[in-house]
Ligand binder design. Structure first.
Ligand code: NDP
Length: 444
């Protein structure tokens, strides 16, 4: 049995109770096979695979907070500091009832490779809580965020670990957390990214993940002799990533016809009215059922279903495991040419393979959504310099980073004899840089 297989078996036995983490490790290991085979002796004696899959540190803590009726509520907080070989830990904080250690570990593991791919000096980490901001008052969200940061602030800092937003953690939550960090630690530093513009945030950070996704889609399509102009695009999600992906897709000449949230999805054959979605989701924090009030000719459907709509390009931008094998079959049947992941691991391994085997161009989240963390790293640079760059400056750096990522993953896939397999290309390109640093640092 080879080194990869042996290590995977051991990880599967040890973490059988962490399915999302195992899914992420399996996907990465499968595509790293050619690199590992080439360096098997060295990697095995240096225990590279064992070390890269075991987080540096996992912090789990109680988060007590008082609700509006005066009752004490308790949630669980997490911060997994996965790997800091190439820079301080960096990765978002997810607030959602589905959060557990397996989810945070899978996200932290993926983040290591994604951050490496950006070409910027950032390590990988992730955190969050099973707290659900939905249906809570601003006061309750503040109480939770303050309690969460009261514990978290012991482990983070501008040069050690710099968390950011993710599902459920937007500008409001980052603001409350930053306020509490500053209050307890007495430090005004860039300890979080995704901050408001009045206290150290970066222009274009809000748009970065969605815009970055479309910059890589653009590079991909151009490389294959076409463009987004006149293409039909289906998008899932109606949050930060989905909204700005839809905005840039439209600017590049595409027509976005679907969006979704956790209860249902909308289909607008004339193209989604983004101003309406922004008002519903960003201002009123309401459900997509309301979209019909703005566009009477649109359709609202309960449950899931966007992947059944005929399209050229599909962009999953909601959450993990939302594009399943049957969805992949529908996409292929309907002639989709590209699927690029705005969310983290939205496509199951089975669905990914089916898409690739059937000639659909597929870019995984760790490359396609790296624009968010890349711009967070640009926010860190601005904080260190105590300067703010213009929107155009940040956006043009983001564009450069995304086209570079495309060139790197395409190049790596070709170098290892898997031309056009961007999953392998992303894993290989991200892995090599981190491993070089780990080897240089010795056994640690
Ligand atoms: P948001 O919370 O802003 O939006 C998430 C969207 O997905 C919402 O529309 C939400 O519905 C929907 N959603 C969440 N969970 C589920 C679920 N279990 N089933 C169905 N729909 C669901 O998050 P973001 O847009 O920030 O993040 C989306 C994805 O992108 C995540 O995978 C995240 O990790 C990833 N990502 C985000 C980055 C960023 O910069 N924000 C950077 C890189 C990756 P509802 O409106 O009902 O809540």
């Amino acid at each position: 049995m080879g080194y990869t297989e042996k290590t995977l078996d051991a990880i599967r036995a040890k973490y059988a109770h962490q399915p999302e983490f195992l899914q992420a490790v399996t996907e990465v290991f499968e595509s790293l096979e050619p690199v590992i085979t080439k360096n098997e002796k060295l990697y095995e004696s240096e225990a590279i695979l064992e070390r890269i899959t075991e987080p540096d540190r996992q912090i789990i803590f109680r988060v007590p907070w008082v609700d509006d009726s005066g009752k004490i509520r308790v949630n669980t907080g997490y911060r997994v500091q996965f790997n800091n070989s190439i820079g301080p830990y960096k990765g978002g904080l997810r607030l959602h009832p589905s959060v557990n250690l397996s989810v945070i570990k899978f996200l932290g593991f993926e983040q290591v490779f994604k951050n490496s791919l950006t070409g910027l000096p950032i390590g990988g980490g992730k955190g969050g809580s099973d707290f659900d901001p939905k249906g809570k008052s601003d006061r309750e969200v503040m109480a939770f965020c303050q309690s969460f940061m009261t514990e978290l602030c012991k482990y983070i800092g501008a040069d050690t670990d710099v968390p950011a937003g993710d599902i459920g953690t937007g500008a409001r939550e980052i603001g409350y957390m930053f306020g509490q960090y500053k209050r307890i630690r007495g430090l005004y530093e860039g300890v979080l990214t995704g901050k408001g513009l009045s206290y150290g945030g970066s222009l274009a950070r809000t748009e970065a993940t969605g815009y970055g996704l479309l910059y890589i889609v653009d590079a991909l399509l151009k490389d294959h002799g076409t463009s987004l102009d006149g293409k039909t695009v289906v998008i899932s999600g109606a949050g930060n990533v989905a909204i700005y992906a839809a905005e840039k897709a439209t600017a590049l000449g595409g027509k976005v016809v679907t969006m979704s949230d956790s209860t249902g999805w909308i289909y607008d054959k004339d193209g989604i009215d983004l101003a309406a979605v922004k008002e519903i989701k960003e201002v009123r924090r309401a459900r997509l059922t309301e979209y019909k009030n703005y566009r009477p000719n649109s359709e609202y459907h309960e449950g899931r279903g966007v992947w059944g709509v005929k399209c050229d390009v599909a962009l999953p931008c909601a959450t993990q495991n939302e594009l399943l094998i049957d969805d992949a079959k529908e996409l292929v049947k309907n002639g989709a040419i590209a699927v690029c992941e705005g969310a983290n691991m939205p496509t199951t391994i089975e669905a990914t393979k089916y898409l690739q085997e059937n000639g659909v161009l597929f870019i995984p989240g760790k490359a396609a959504n790296a624009g968010g963390v890349a711009t967070s790293a640009l926010e860190m640079s601005q904080n260190s310099e105590r300067l703010s760059w213009t929107f155009e400056e940040v956006d043009s750096k983001l564009h450069g980073i995304m086209t570079n990522i495309y060139a790197n993953i395409a190049g790596a896939s070709e170098e290892f004899g898997m031309k056009g397999n961007y999953v392998a290309g992303a894993n290989i390109a991200g892995f090599k840089k981190v491993v070089d640093a780990m080897l240089a640092h010795g056994a640690c």
